[in-house]
Design a protein around this ligand. Sequence first.
Ligand code: FAD
Length: 314
Amino acid sequence: MVRRKKTNVTVRRGTDRQDRLRSAVAGLKGVVRFNAPLKEYTSFHIGGPADVLVEPVNTEDIVQLVMQAHAQKLPIFVLGGTNVLVRDKGIRGVVVNLAKLRAIKEEPGSVLYAEGGVGMPTLIGYAIRRSLAGLEWAAGIPGTVAGCVVMNAGTRLGEMKDTVKAVRIVTPSGAVIDCPAQDIAFSYRRAQLPAGIVAGVWLQLKPGVRSDIEKVVKDYLRYRRDTQPLALPSAGCVFKNPPNDSAGRVVEAAGLKGAHVGDAEISDKHANFIVNQGHASAREVLALIKKVRAQVARKTGVKLELELKLVGQA
Ligand SMILES: Cc1cc2nc3c(=O)[nH]c(=O)nc-3n(C[C@H](O)[C@H](O)[C@H](O)COP(=O)(O)OP(=O)(O)OC[C@H]3O[C@@H](n4cnc5c(N)ncnc54)[C@H](O)[C@@H]3O)c2cc1C
């Protein structure tokens, strides 16, 4: 008797959850995928499933999704996919991917408006064709323009805060607000933005000479190819640089190049990259991170902080 009662409760709870997920995504124009394997959406090729993954087609679709998910009390996570480690049991609730929001518009005064899902390489290509300078520093960053704002992505040549003019955000209540850059507190790999989904970004660029812009971009891409393990899946730099030092240097100094747990390995080309040598799990990556932090602290006294975002359930 007791056993049968328990089973009924479980079935009803599961059904309730499915109903809520279905209601959250009802009537959207974009792609909706239940039980979506997130390893297909991450540059690491690692990650368990999302309960439901949505690719909205425009800002109105995002607004509708946000309001419906809110009504169903379901959390939303936005995934660009190039600086995150999704744990092996995946993400509960709604995962949003902005791959279909990829329009770019030129506005007067050397301003570009890019929808949130535009990839940085595409945006840089557009700027080059329009002879607009100011994004060369980002050559080789694979994330979306929205993800780059949220992370205040950067390189030794510059960072996102140098070019952002304003950001369009869909707030948790479904309002669309435009937030000027001066109201955003940017710091190292961080931007304090109003809560919500970044749906678009205005970038202030400047007129330049196409061949000069192209040369800086090509030189930086070559530098990356020479110094980073771009042929293997990764999520870029794992640790933030400690003050006045480089995380890659301290990891290497601690003798960790080539260290591995299963298929997760510290690159021997750049020690701040963990590469997936085949079928690495999030659990293996996390075990390797733990090992690196402990050995670096013991050998160099440096406490490494994660740049990589950890999400989902273990
Ligand atoms: C080979 C390689 C090289 C890299 N080189 C660099 C580098 O030189 N410099 C650098 O800074 N980074 C680098 N990265 C990391 C990564 O590309 C950047 O951090 C980028 O900004 C992440 O963008 P994303 O769209 O993939 O966001 P994700 O990594 O998916 O997300 C990062 C965070 O932003 C949030 N987020 C993403 N999109 C939105 C949105 N639309 N609205 C609200 N929140 C959002 C996510 O929820 C998450 O919290 C590299 C990565 C790789 C794989």
